[in-house]
Structures are given as structure tokens and as C-alpha cells.
Design a protein around this ligand. Structure first.
Ligand SMILES: Cc1ncc(COP(=O)(O)O)c(C=O)c1O
Length: 388
């Protein structure tokens, strides 16, 4: 195996159709953040996810930011967020001047623990929160951000039940989970509002892009209005709201349409990656895989494993990362929980050590759709050799 060809974690993979669609957009001079590809991509995403309404936007982060604005999140409000996630889930809370309150994961899906969610809501309502040693007055959280990490759906029935009990909207961060299914419903369709990401590393990409989805047409109409600079209907530029430049470009939507055509193949490939790694590595003491609970279907965006040095005669995740790196293969620790990030440490956290433990032991393996079986064999052999 050549060391020259680097194996990346999750590189973009073009289907071939994208070039034709981009060329068409250029030929027809639709180069704006609107146009037939944006409309087409939106319709195709609704058909695919089952969501009723959608706005294609410039990124998943922009989509989360608009979701919070639409949920009415303002300065000094509280927003509850899953701790084990990428920082983009939490950053928009701070853009709004609001306070993130982080909630631990449960070990079945690695996503938001419904019991800890309720503990966090209770503490907010009772005025038990402290930020920088300062008491926060009793208040109802304005939103809950639940994530489907690495494609594995969160326990949405339980999370939605807690949210409904206290009448708090759930924003479903499905950035990593296009094509995942929870009890018969596709991700992107499981909260009051949902977001997707089409960043370069995601299961489908527009190079950079995202979408906001909802059952509620008024929310999506407002998102389209705010994301195109909040221009009021008038013969001149009239503004009664602060606007954003968050709409997706017609060129990028062309790439997205080409990508979406291949979504089923991409999911099959990512799931086969997981099965292939599992068949080769699951018998090693100290390595475990996250299986799908009954009713959960993961797109297996990234194959992740836990490496427990106490059960593996001392071999750790770091040993695997450096052995793979020597062979020009990229692997990465799972996300570092937000409550342990220097920028977020001052905010409250509700939980035990579930997400800390996942972070200590968790490793993401190369999971791209162009990965060949011989690559997985090679990667698995490098890992196996450490345990001999
Ligand atoms: C869980 C999660 N949320 C949000 C985002 C933000 O999406 P984007 O990169 O499109 O802004 C990402 C990925 O980048 C993500 O992994």
C-alpha cells in the first residue's frame, strides 16, 4: 500500500452530475443566491426528508443561527444544548447573547440524555443556574438543541416529550444525519425546526451550505426573508428587521442536486464501511462499536469506535491515531464536549461523565464514500497489529 495517497476521514465525493448542473447554471447566468437550482434542491430535499418547508442556506451554522432567532432567542435567554457535539451547535447561542446550558449524553446513542435534559430545565425554572458565580434568575429555556451525532439519531421521542411538557421548541441539529431514520421518520423532520449541513466533509456537500426545515411555513418564510437581508416590500430598500446574508447560491445548489441524486448509494457505502470495520475489529479486547438500537437507522456518516486501554493491555486511541498517521491515514478523536471547552467552561453542565468517557476513548475512522475494501483492510490491519 502506497504511503503517498493520503486517506482522509471524510473527503467530498462528486458523482459526476454536479459538473453538468453547475455548467447549466453558469450558461443561464443564474449566479445569485436564488434561482432554479435553489428551488429544485429545496423541493428535492423536502421530498427526500419528508419535511414540509425548507430554506436552503449558506451553512449549517447559519441555519442554527436563524433557528434561534425564529425561536425568539435574545440576550440573556437560556438555550439548552447537547454537550457532545461540534462547536457550531453551540456558537450561535452566544451570537444571540444568550447562555448555553450543556446537557450530557446517554450511552445508547451518544446523544442528549432526556433525564439530564429535564434536570437542566428544572434548574433553569428554579433559578439554580450560575454563570461566572453569578446567579441567573429563574427562566424557561427558549430552545433545546439536540444533535444526531455521527449520524446516529438521538432519542427523539423522549426528548420531544420533555420539551412538550415544558413547552420548549426543539431544534434538531441533523447536520451529520441526512438520511438517518428514527422510528420511520427521516432526520430533518423530527423537531419544531431542523437543520442540515452540506459542508465539504458531510454525506452530501455543496462545498459549504446548509438548510433549515420545519412543518411551519411561517417560520420558513421568515427564514427566507431574514436570510436575504430582510428587505421589506417597497419600491426602495426598506428595513424594519436586522437581516442576514445567509441564502444558498444557485451554483452551490447545483452541486447539491447532483450530490442528492446519489444519497442512497452514499448511505449504503457508509454503512458498509461500518460493517466492514466491525467485522474486522470487533473481536479485539478493548474495542467496541456503537450498535443501532431498535428503530434507529444511522447513515453512519463516520464510523466511530471506543478504545478502552484498561481492556486492551494499555493500547489507547492515541496509539491508533499515531500508527495510522505514520501510514498517511487520517483519524480523529470524537468531538470534545462543549462543557470542557475553554470558551464554554463557564456555562452550566448537567450530567455525569458519559460524554467525557466517550471523548476519552472515542475515535473516528476514515469513512469516505470512495474508501475501498482494501483500504479498510489496510487500516484494520494497522490497528490489529497494535494489539498483537
Ligand atoms: C453537529 C454539527 N452541527 C452543526 C454543524 C455546522 O455546519 P456547517 O459547517 O455547515 O456550518 C456541523 C458541521 O460542520 C456539525 O457537525
Amino acid at each position: 500500500m502506497s504511503k503517498e495517497k493520503k486517506i482522509y476521514l471524510s473527503p467530498p465525493h462528486m458523482s459526476g452530475k454536479e459538473k453538468e448542473l453547475v455548467q447549466e447554471a453558469i450558461d443561464s447566468n443564474w449566479i445569485a443566491p436564488l434561482g432554479p437550482n435553489v428551488d429544485g434542491f429545496e423541493k428535492e430535499l423536502c421530498d427526500y426528508t419528508g419535511a414540509k418547508h425548507i430554506a436552503a442556506l449558506s451553512s449549517g451554522t447559519a441555519s442554527l443561527h436563524l433557528a434561534l432567532i425564529l425561536a425568539g432567542v435574545k440576550s440573556e435567554d437560556v438555550v439548552i444544548c447537547q454537550s457532545l457535539t461540534f462547536s457550531a451547535s453551540a456558537n450561535p447561542i452566544v451570537y444571540q447573547g444568550a447562555y448555553p446550558v450543556f446537557v450530557d449524553s446517554e450511552s445508547y446513542t451518544w446523544n442528549m440524555c432526556p433525564e439530564q435534559l429535564e434536570n437542566a430545565i428544572f434548574a433553569c425554572l428554579k433559578g439554580e443556574l450560575k454563570i461566572n458565580k453569578k446567579n441567573i434568575e429563574p427562566k424557561k429555556p427558549k430552545a433545546i438543541i439536540a444533535v444526531h451525532l455521527y449520524g446516529m439519531p438521538a432519542k427523539m421521542d423522549e426528548i420531544n416529550a420533555v420539551a412538550e411538557k415544558y413547552d420548549i421548541p426543539v431544534i434538531e441539529d441533523a447536520a451529520e444525519a441526512l438520511g438517518s431514520v428514527y422510528k420511520g421518520n427521516k432526520a430533518g423532520n423530527l423537531g419544531k425546526m431542523s437543520i442540515l449541513s452540506f459542508n465539504g466533509n458531510k454525506i452530501i456537500t455543496t462545498s459549504g451550505g446548509g438548510a433549515l426545515l420545519s412543518e411551519d411555513k411561517t417560520l420558513i418564510d421568515k427564514a427566507k426573508f431574514l436570510s436575504t437581508q430582510a428587505r421589506d416590500p417597497a419600491p426602495y430598500y426598506l428595513h424594519t428587521n436586522i437581516g442576514y446574508n445567509y441564502r444558498m447560491s444557485n451554483i452551490l445548489a447545483a452541486i447539491g442536486r447532483g450530490q442528492l441524486e446519489m444519497i442512497d448509494e452514499k448511505i449504503t457505502k457508509r454503512r458498509n464501511n461500518y460493517e466492514s470495520y466491525k467485522s474486522k475489529l470487533e473481536n479485539i479486547d478493548g474495542i467496541t462499536f456503537l450498535d443501532e438500537p431498535e428503530g434507529f437507522f444511522s447513515n453512519r456518516w463516520l464510523t466511530t469506535i471506543l478504545v478502552d486501554p484498561e481492556k486492551s493491555k494499555g493500547i489507547s486511541r492515541e496509539n491508533i491515531i499515531s500508527a495510522l498517521e505514520k501510514e498517511n491515514i487520517e483519524s480523529r478523536p470524537v468531538w470534545k464536549p462543549m462543557h470542557t471547552q475553554p470558551i464554554f467552561e463557564k456555562y452550566p453542565f448537567f450530567g455525569t461523565e458519559v460524554s467525557d468517557n466517550i471523548f476519552d476513548k472515542g475515535l473516528c475512522l476514515p469513512s469516505g464514500t470512495e474508501l475501498e475494501e482494501k483500504d479498510i483492510e489496510h487500516i484494520s490491519n494497522i490497528i490489529k497489529s497494535l494489539f498483537l
